[in-house]
Design a protein around this ligand. Structure first.
Ligand code: PBG
Length: 307
């Protein structure tokens, strides 16, 4: 009766990994319980997610072949574009968000165009425009630029509007830190940079005032939802963003957070379900409206059973 914070399936956004081929449902070794799914497997998955009361998914794609700029990402018949259409057919009410980045699609594993060993921000924006318009055309409800390019939100907003996709929203990876917690994800999508690191475009974990500046820019440029990533080691940042801005705030409960919990549970050192729900609740208490989490399905099942 006096509980201040709630946690329900309504808060969740569930990440899905879409891969080429057919009949593929392959467990990801670094993310136990998560799968690489080919397009033909996605409909069943989407039905199950909707049935659990989870309102949204976010799609990540794996290419059949990588190149310098990641051009397969914006192919109109790409795996992600096909998956969007498949989901919209089986579960039309599921909100489909799509991660818009190139690191899975480039041979060097960086999030955009590389010129002389450095990321070319503005050349990457042009490609992000193409990419997000192609997702919108396939039926995406929101696009989520995750590369932390300067000016990405504004550029994408304009590109979408020009093509008549005013109704497609933007989930901004507004405060994304250069974090070691993304390790299992990079193994899952084979996006570990071949040289250097992402510190040129992702944020220093020591900075919180910078996070506020980054979020302010994205809100000004037209972000509909702003995200803090990772979540668990950055609850203070979530809190600050919640207090400063009157827009929906999302937290990304990232792969490393998920993998640590799974590993400790497998060793029998922690009570998996209780630690999972306590962790997710902490993100809500810090101020997140929405949580992107690999736990979405298992947490939704538990919450449904709760008295
Ligand atoms: C790509 C991207 C990353 C994640 C989501 N989108 C990895 C990265 O920045 O290297 C990480 C998600 C996770 O760890 O669960 N830009």
């Amino acid at each position: 009766m006096v509980r201040e914070t709630s946690l329900t399936a309504d808060n969740f956004i569930y990440p899905l990994f879409i891969c080429p081929g057919s009949g593929v449902r392959r467990e990801i070794s670094s993310l136990p319980g998560q799968f690489h799914l080919s397009v033909d497997q996605v409909s069943r998955e989407a039905g199950e997610i909707a049935e659990l009361g989870i309102p949204s998914v976010i799609l990540f794609g794996l290419p059949s072949k990588k190149d310098d700029v990641g051009s397969e990402a914006w192919h109109p018949e790409g795996t992600v574009q096909q998956a969007i259409r498949a989901i919209k057919k089986t579960a039309p009410d599921l909100c489909v968000m799509v991660d818009a980045c190139f690191c899975e699609y480039t041979t060097h594993g960086h999030c955009g165009v590389i010129v002389e060993k450095a990321l070319d921000n503005d050349a990457t924006l042009e490609n992000l425009g193409r990419l997000t318009v192609s997702y919108a055309r396939a039926g995406a409800d929101l696009v989520a630029p995750s590369g932390m390019m300067d000016g990405a939100v504004g550029f994408i907003r304009e590109s979408l509007d020009e093509e008549g996709f005013e109704q497609v929203g933007i989930l901004a990876y507004a405060a994304k830190y250069a974090s070691a917690f993304y390790g299992p994800f990079r193994t899952a999508v084979d996006s570990t940079p071949a040289f250097g690191d992402r510190q040129g475009y992702q944020m220093d974990p020591a900075n919180v005032r910078e996070a506020i500046r980054e979020v302010a820019l994205d809100v000004e440029e037209g972000a509909d939802i702003v995200m803090v990533k990772p979540a668990l080691a950055y609850l203070d940042v979530i809190g600050e963003v919640r207090r400063e801005f009157d827009v929906p705030v999302a937290a990304y409960n990232v792969s490393g957070e998920y993998a640590m919990l799974k590993a400790a549970a497998e060793k029998g050192w922690i009570d998996h379900d209780r630690v999972m729900l306590e962790t997710l609740l902490s993100m809500r208490r810090a101020g997140a409206d929405l949580i992107l989490t690999y736990h979405a399905k298992e947490a939704a099942r538990l919450l449904r059973r709760a008295p």
